[in-house]
Design a protein around this ligand. Sequence first.
Ligand code: HAM
Length: 411
Amino acid sequence: MKFQAPIGMKDLTKESKLYRKLEDDFFSILTQESFTEIRTPILEDKKLYSRSVGESSDIVSKEMFETLDGLVLRPENTASVMRAFVNDSELCPRLAYFAPQFRKERPQKGRLRQFYQYGFEIIGDASPQAEIDSLLIIQKLYQKWGLTNYEIQVNFLGKKIDRENYINKLRTYLESCKEKLSNLSKERLEKNILRILDSKEESDQDIIKNAPIILDSLSEESKKQWQKILDLSSLLNIKLVINPLLVRGLDYYTGMVFEVVDTSGLLGSQKALGGGGRYDGLSKELGGQDLSAFGFAGGVERLIIATNLDNDKDQMKKIGFVTTEKSILNTLFALKKQTKDIIIDINVDTTIGFKKMFKRANKNNCEKVVIIGSDELANNTFKLKNMITGEEKICNYSYKEIVIKKLMDEE
Ligand code: HAM
């Protein structure tokens, strides 16, 4: 019986080199910004997410992989990081992660059931500096990864009381046009009213366009905080696009929320490259002190699609050696050790024959292959096959005189 990887989950083979590079880039920037890496358990108590992400959120209500004893595969990392911090307040308050997350969603382009996130959390900083620092870090990361086609959409959810006032206004408005709402939005009216604002249903669009916006329900204090962030970002040339309909699907947010949206069109309908915001109540909700916090997480797979990074153009070139002659191995391995910017793939086998070794070199994406059998060894020659053009020629000198770079460059 043959088994496939679970639906929406992938074996990473060719891609793992790229994941490692992205992870290295990520931590090299984050450590410069005084972050420490955190790795939390993949399983957590389900209640951790009902209390943080929210019982009625899509994630908690239908997207978690659950075990029989009340544990779930983590659907995101913010709640776990805060849980860890509440348990050990000696932890560095700037924590970063690059880790797999799990959501039982319907898979499509840019949407998987196991996906990686690069993310960071700043705990205990109530000043707008946390917002600004985060936005600058995100810009730095995207600059490093060559991502230019994106915009940062922002909204401000204010304090709990602002949100409650807003939800009342929104409910009155939506109830007045309930009949015209899609069935999904009718359901959300009861369970998760804010999510109606990011409905993609055609019939909801006009209703949403005319809905009251949260920015009009903010208290004077919240308005001031919001203005401070806008002023600072404009001072620092951080371009923000205000989207009054942006609510995000996780309940823990207060204050500023934002999403990095792909504008290249490469991502299809899954346009969110990343998202985050302020979540000042979460520490207390999880049994800790009343601490402010702000954070962000981006999706690795979406980043790869949006940047085309998987078409690794500057991948190292590869040359294969296939031989039946064990006596030449020392020389070949010495050559491999000396060669820095070209990969040497050595295939030596006296049992499987040239054909199979050749196939292996081909599978390993070798551009050229050097062939040395007993005849070539005796005559101080070797064969060179160009795997792209299929041409094969005899080189009339010994393998000991091979200069790899020259061999790769010659026609
Ligand atoms: P989120 O918006 O749920 O936020 O996820 C962040 C990013 O993870 C998304 O923008 C997307 O790029 C990626 N992502 C989410 N679901 C999938 C999926 N099924 N397949 C592929 N990629 C996906 C959070 O998770 C918050 N914890 C972010 C945060 C950190 N807020 C504060 N701190």
